[in-house]
Design a protein around this ligand. Structure first.
Ligand code: SAM
Ligand code: SF4
Length: 332
């Protein structure tokens, strides 16, 4: 029987981030262009294929599954998928969670909780409606705030993700943190990453989190925390608010040695590293004569090719993105 997933650098892979759809109802300027071309439906894995794929990972020792996108909650059969996967909780799976923009969270929060989801990450870059409309190109802030409130009311722990944008939300970050902590939510700041062509030059928005952190430290007492997620986030406790604040600086690669994750796109392409090109076609495996065996072989291949570290670069103005695929493909 095939054993746990261990790569050639002895890292054990226990976390899968699965993109369930490439489509989205927002058009965040740093993520995708207004006229994004989406995939034909036949290219995207069906509900059954997603399920089989996830079971294949769980059978090989993956205990944490995050569903993402695109916007996962715009997939029609999303709740059915969550319900099906939720049945593996306590039977191989320790945690089932999702990352969402929150626009459809209000209508689904209770179903998610009932299916076994206990935590959701919601992306929120600003509390200012006009700024939100500018950053996401859609006027959806009220729906997102309603979604966050509904999630909390349904018993879900909400963690906010905020991309730090020079000229976008830089001035508002302390207020956003204070608001999040006041609502009882953890918040994590993310540096803009060079993934996929968008219409603006991302370096114009690149705001190093070291700068943000220094500004926050001038206002608050930031106490380092040991808490680690096995990912690129580092955490502090803000003494004055009592809340937890994370910093994700993916362009530094000092977290790669503890990497515990792989990503699969909505078309079943496994990416061994967010910042690399190494990939395995798991859809071909799923659509082969012996899908379970082919899938397991695909996972072995992924362990062989997972790179030691990523190779992002954002230092050259006007340079092409370090990788041509969008974050909406790999789900962040
Ligand atoms: N649509 C969902 C959402 O926005 O939460 C899930 C997918 S989205 C691609 C996942 C995360 O990636 C979001 O928190 C988003 O802000 C972040 N993201 C997208 N493009 C990014 C980029 N170029 N650099 C850094 N973060 C990015
Ligand atoms: Fe959609 Fe999320 Fe990308 Fe924004 S970050 S465009 S919400 S996929």
């Amino acid at each position: 029987m095939a054993g746990p997933l261990v790569d050639q650098f002895q890292r054990r892979i226990t976390y899968l981030r699965l993109s369930v759809i490439d489509r989205c109802d927002l058009r965040c300027t740093y993520c995708m262009p207004e006229r994004q071309t989406f995939l034909p439906k036949a290219e995207v894995l069906t509900l059954e294929e997603m399920h089989r794929l996830a079971l294949g990972f769980i059978a090989r020792g993956v205990t944490k599954l995050r569903l993402t996108g695109g916007e996962p909650l715009v997939r029609r059969d999303m709740i059915e998928l969550v319900r099906t996967l939720g049945r593996k909780l306590g039977d191989g799976l320790d945690e089932l969670t999702l990352t969402t923009n929150g626009t459809h969270l209000a209508q689904h929060a209770e179903d998610l909780y009932a299916a076994g989801v206990r935590r959701v990450n919601v992306s929120l870059d600003t509390l200012d409606r006009a700024k939100f409309a500018h950053i996401t190109r859609r006027d959806s802030l009220p729906a997102v705030l309603e979604g966050i409130a509904a999630a909390k009311a349904a018993g879900l722990t909400v963690k906010l993700n905020t991309v730090a944008l020079k000229g976008g939300n830089a001035d508002e970050i302390p207020d956003l943190i204070a608001w999040a902590h006041g609502q009882g939510h953890e918040i994590t700041l993310i540096e803009v990453m060079p993934l996929g062509e968008v219409e603006e030059d991302r370096i114009d928005h690149y705001l190093p989190l070291s700068v943000v952190r220094d500004a926050l430290a001038a206002r608050w007492t930031l106490q380092d925390e040991d808490h680690r997620s096995g990912g690129p986030a580092r955490y502090v406790r803000v003494a004055e608010t009592g809340g937890r604040l994370g910093f994700i600086t993916p362009l530094t690669n000092n977290f790669c040695e503890g990497c515990n994750r792989v990503r699969v796109t909505a078309t079943g392409q496994l990416f061994a590293c967010l910042g690399g090109r190494e990939q395995v076609d798991l859809r071909a495996a799923l659509r082969s004569a012996d899908p379970d065996a082919a899938l397991s072989a695909g996972l072995d291949e992924a362990m062989r090719i997972k790179p030691e570290r990523h190779h992002f670069e954002i230092d050259r103005r006007g340079a092409a993105p370090a990788l041509s695929r969008h974050m909406s493909m790999t789900g962040g």
